[in-house]
Design a protein around this ligand. Structure first.
Ligand SMILES: Cc1cc2nc3c(=O)[nH]c(=O)nc-3n(C[C@H](O)[C@H](O)[C@H](O)COP(=O)(O)O)c2cc1C
Length: 178
């Protein structure tokens, strides 16, 4: 893929919160998780765990643990990403940012989101009340909840548009040191 193709892909993506009833295939989800698994991670720790929720009852129950996600039950699939903190850093002299492992999971979530865009699926990152989700999903103690990604087919009228980006001027967000 050349840069214009990548730029087009990035511009196609936007957060989609309402979907059609068409199911998302398990094969497509697996392909997305395979590309997510190629994400960079601190010390190549690969600390992600993907909890792939097709189950309608679970999606509905998880809605109360979403910060803003009272639409999650309509997604074809909801992927909760947890971070396994059991990685032992091999360079003890380095003062790692304590969130490095979670940053790695976020990189993987972006691969899922961009991969979904490339497949023609809608997606949206959903913030989660981590304690509630941890308890509901009965996660091991060494896992923290990073967030969720909803995926689904576009509902009629929710198709891609390139006109949605409201962004602060980039010039105010960049400092260049020559
Ligand atoms: C870390 C993070 C958390 C987010 N949490 C939520 C959320 O809880 N609910 C939601 O509807 N959107 C959530 N979003 C999506 C943002 O609202 C969205 O990316 C932003 O408004 C820009 O719109 P766009 O994605 O369409 O470009 C989140 C995005 C990120 C990166």
């Amino acid at each position: 893929m050349n840069f214009p193709d990548f730029e087009k892909l990035v511009k196609q993506r936007r957060s989609i919160r309402y979907y059609s009833d068409k199911p998302v295939s398990k094969d497509d989800v697996l392909k997305l998780l395979e590309v997510a698994h190629l994400s960079p991670s601190v010390e190549n720790a690969q600390p992600w765990h993907f909890h792939v929720i097709f189950n309608q009852d679970m999606k509905r129950k998880l809605m109360s643990a979403c910060c803003y996600g009272n639409f999650v039950d309509a997604a074809g699939v909801f992927i909760v990403v947890s971070c396994d903190h059991s990685h032992e850093f091999s360079m003890p002299e380095v003062v790692w940012n304590p969130k490095e492992l979670e940053f790695s999971c976020m990189a993987a979530m972006m691969h899922v989101i961009l991969g979904a865009t490339a497949m023609g699926l809608g997606s949206c990152w959903v913030s989660l009340h981590h304690g509630q989700v941890h308890e509901f999903m009965k996660l091991p103690r060494e896992h923290t909840v990073v967030g969720g990604v909803m995926l689904g087919h576009f509902k009629a009228g929710e198709e891609k548009s390139g006109e949605h980006f409201e962004r602060k001027p980039l010039s105010g967000l960049v400092t260049v040191y020559d």
